[in-house]
Write a protein that binds this ligand. Sequence first.
Ligand SMILES: C[S@@+](CC[C@H](N)C(=O)[O-])C[C@H]1O[C@@H](n2cnc3c(N)ncnc32)[C@H](O)[C@@H]1O
Length: 267
Amino acid sequence: MSETLLITLSACAEASERLPGLGFSDPWAAERLERLDLDRSLYNGSGLLMKQIAIRAHAVDAIARRFFSRHPGALGIEPGAGLSARFERIDNGQLRWVDLDLPAVTELKRKLVEPGDRHALRAGSVLDPAWIEELVAGASGPVLVVMEGLLPYLERDEVRGVLVALGQTLPAGSEVVFDYAHPWVVRRTRLLPQVYRTGARFSWGSSRITEVERWCPRLQLLEELDLVGPVAPGASLVSRALRRLTGGWVYGLARFGINPSSSPRKA
Ligand SMILES: C[S@@+](CC[C@H](N)C(=O)[O-])C[C@H]1O[C@@H](n2cnc3c(N)ncnc32)[C@H](O)[C@@H]1O
């Protein structure tokens, strides 16, 4: 499914043209795409999906900026970062950032991006607990973990394992941000032709994202955003109906925080 990173990279590169009113632009994505010299028509078919990805990236950036305005020198970790330029977009001159992705993607990113003192590129799987043990368990202050366009492709047990491990380990004040799809969408990945063409399929869906609080009571839902309504008023009707019936968005962004009265699990 790593090829899907080209869809999100294209969406960010083209966001300022597709959504001029959004206030989001990503010249780094455009430059990375130029250097990759690909047939872009393969990745930017449905305008709706491309707008939705840009709106998601913009919303996650806003959450990250708010987090780092409270904790300017804190650590951010992005499993499944792909070729995203989130570090470059949100850098405040103090924060530290780790992009974590599978080895082939990290190798490619190293050809396109110069890591620095505050920006590391790390090869590994989100499913391997080594990154949590090394990066999260040793953190002295709040950590922001962002997973964008990653969890819906994993199995339910895998998603649960990652979130529970994070919830048990992150220090107080930390946040975990990720997108999720309703099971109704998971059964219809074929409606996303660019994604379907890469062979990637959604696997995990949630009709009520507060279920994560039951998986790990240290994680508390702080905010949930509808990612369909802003781009597709027609689909928004379905989204609002499902929300009323089941409590979940068709496609949403969730921000969880660590319960301040709880302590992390001892290493
Ligand atoms: C849809 S792309 C999203 C990229 C980036 N988050 C963005 O929004 O531009 C999904 C990314 O997840 C990565 N990925 C897939 N499985 C992974 C795993 N087990 N561990 C870490 N990254 C993974 C892929 O290589 C790919 O870069």
